[in-house]
Design a binder for this molecule. Sequence first.
Ligand code: 3H9
Length: 707
Amino acid sequence: MNELVQLTKDEGIAIITINNPPVNALSPGVPEGILEAIEHIDRDDSVKAAVLIGAGSTFIAGADIKEFIKITSGKARGTPLLPLLQRIEDCRKPVVMAIHGTAFGGGLEVAMAGHYRVAAPGALLGQPEVKLGIIPGAGGTQRLPRLAGVAKAVEMCAGGNPVKGNEAAQLGIIDRLIEGDLLAGAVAFAREVAHKAAPRTRERQNKLGTPVQNAPIFAAAREAAKARQRGLMAPLAAIDAVEAATRLPFHEGCEVERKLFTECLFSDQSKALIHIFFGEREVAKIPDVPKETPTLPVKTAAVVGAGTMGGGIAMVFANAGIPVLLKDTDQAALDRGLATIQKNYAASVRRGRLTQQFVDERLKLIKPTLGYDGFATVDMVVEAVFEGMALKQQVFRELDRICKPGAILASNTSTLNIDEIASATSRPETVIGTHFFSPANVMRLLEIVRGKATSKEVIATCMQLSKKLGKVGVLVGNCRGFVANRMFHPYMREAMFLVEEGTGVEAVDKALYDFGMAMGPLATGDLAGIDVGWRIRREYEHLEKPGIRQPIAADRLYEMGRYGQKTGGGWYKYDENRRAIPDPGITELISRWAAEADIPQRYISPEEIVERCIYSLVNEGARILEEGHALRAVDIDMIFINGFGFPAHRGGPMWYADTVGVKKVYERVCEFHRQHGELWEPAPLLRKLAAEGGTFAELRVEQGALA
Ligand code: 3H9
C-alpha cells in the first residue's frame, strides 16, 4: 500500500501490517494505507477475511500527537479518521484486529471498528486522550460503551487508564486472548469467522443501558472528575460524549463527540498537556550526553541516613526491585526509619495501591545496617544525611575509602554545592546529586545535579535509572538550591509578603489552589516545616543584599515554636487528623507584626496573588535559563509539575508565561519592581523575550550549556 502499511496474503486471509515505528501512531500515510488495503480486500474475491496487526512491539498507540500541534497552529488539517473507521466496519469481509503492546486512543478506536478483536493477554487497551486534555475523536466514546458497557466506558474515557487484555476480554472488548504467536492465532481466528456475519460495533445496542440505569453512573463520574481531575475540562467532556452515545443514534453521537473533541483540542489545557507529554520525554535528552553514552549497571544500592528522606529513597529502590542497604549510625534512628517505611507501606496496602505480597517482597530487599558492611560491592550509594557540608564531606570521605571503583556516589542534598561535596573524594567524576522530593516514594521528580567533574556515564546512568525508579529525572546545574528550591524560594517569599500586606493566609492559599496548585504555599510551608524554612533563611542570610525586604511573620512563628503540622500549628492550626483549620489568633498577630514593621495594608485580588507568586517563579526561571542551570524551559516546567504540584494543565510556570504572553508577564514584573523594589528586578532574558516577541518554549540552549 505504502511504506507505512503493508498488505500480504496467507491462503485467503489478508494481513494488513502497520509499520510506523516506534509506536505505529496514525501519522499521515497510515490511515490512507489502511483505507487502500480495505478497498483492495473488499474487491479481491480470493480474500475471505482480514487481520490488521502492528509490526514491532505494539499495535497502534494512537493518533500522531505531533499532528495535533500542527493542527492547532494552523499548519495541518489532519486526516479525518471517522469515515475510515466506518469504511473498515462496512468491509464485506470480517476484519480481525490483532492487538499486542498498546491499543491506545485512535489505536483502540481502529480496533473497535474491526468486526472481531483478539489480543495478547498482556496487551493494554485504553482511551488515554484526557491525559492530553482531549477526548477520543474517532468514535471511541460511541463504540466503547457498545462493547464494554456504559460504566466502564465512562471510567476509561474520563479517567484515561487502560485495561489489560484479560480484563478487556471479560468486558467484551476482546473476543479471544491469544497466548503465543499472535499473528498465527489471529489468522487462525480469521479463518474460523471467515464465513460468519461481520458484526458492526456501531450497530450494537444491548450494553447501552436505559436513562434510569445510566443517570447515577454519569452523576457519580462527574462528581469524581470534579474532585480528582480538578479544573480539567476534558474528563467532563468525555462523560458528556459517552452520555451522547446512550441518548443519540450513532452518527449524531459522533457529531457531539467531534464538537467536544475540537473544543478540547484547541484549548490551552490540551496544548499544555501535550507540551507535558513531549516534555517528559525531552528532559531525558541531554545535548552533550547522547543516548549512545555507555551506562553503568545499578543492580544493588545503599542509602546512608535512615531519616524521612533516606527511608523514602530506600523504598524507591526496593519498589524497583533493587536490593538496598539502609545505614544509620544508631540503632534507635535505624529502628525509627524502618518503622516509618513499614507504616508507609501499610498505608499503601490499606489504600489498595500495593498488595501485601508486593510489600513483603520489597521489605525483604531493604537491609538495615549500622556500619558500612556490604558497601564495598554496591553499584550506587545515595547519601541522605542531615543537610550540612561538614557531615556530607565526612560521609563522602568514608564512601571514597570503602566503595568499589566506579560505584556512583550520589548526594540527596537539596541545596549544597555538589563540587564541594565531591572534593572530599578522590573520584569526583563518580559524584552526582540525586535530589529526591518528599515523600520520596511518592513524588515523581528526581533532580539530577551535574557537578563540574561528573562523568557522562554517571549522568547517563542516573537519567536512565530515574525511569526505572518511576521518576522523571531532570538534569540541573550546580547552583544554590539547584532549580527546584531556588525557584520555590521567591514563590514562598511572595506568599509570605502577601500575608504581611493584609491578605489572609487562607486567601493566599485559596487563590493558588484555585489556580490549580495541589496545595496553597502556606499550607505547603506548614507541611514542610516552618523550622526548615527558618533554617534555610539563616544559612543564606549572609548572601542577601543588605536592607532587602525579608519576611517577618514566618520567623515569628518559628520563635513561637509553631513549626507547622508537626507541632499542631503554623500558619494554620491542625486537628488530630492534621486537618488545617484557620487560626484567627494568627491573623491578628500578623496584622500586629505588620503594623510594627510599617507594612501598608490593602485588599489584594486573587488575580494579583497568583501573579505575584507565579511570576516570581517565572522571573527566577528566566535567570536560571540564562545562567544555563536548566537546559530548556520545559525542564523547569517538569520540575514544578512533578516536584511541587504545579497544575499540569497549565503546562508548568514557563509554559504558563508563554500562554499569558511573555510581554504581559514582563510588564507586570516591571510594575511589581516599581512597587516592591529590587527583589522584582526583571530577568534580562524575560526583558529580551518580551522585546523580541519570543517565547520560552522556542528557546534552544546551546550544546553543553548546563553550568
Ligand atoms: C488519540 O489517539 C486521539 C484519537 O482519539 C484520534 C482523534 C482524531 N504520537 O513513551 P515512549 C513517541 S490521542 C507521536 O518513550 P514507551 C514518543 O514521543 C493519542 N509520538 O515509549 C517517543 O519519541 P522520542 C492517544 C508518539 O515505550 C517515542 O514515541 N495515545 C506517540 O515508554 C517512544 O515513546 C496516547 O496518548 C504518539 N501517539 O511508551 C499514547 N506515542 O523517542 C501516548 C509515543 O522521540 N504514548 N510517541 O522521544 C504513550 O503512552 C507511550 O508512548 C507508549 C510507549 C505507552 C505508547
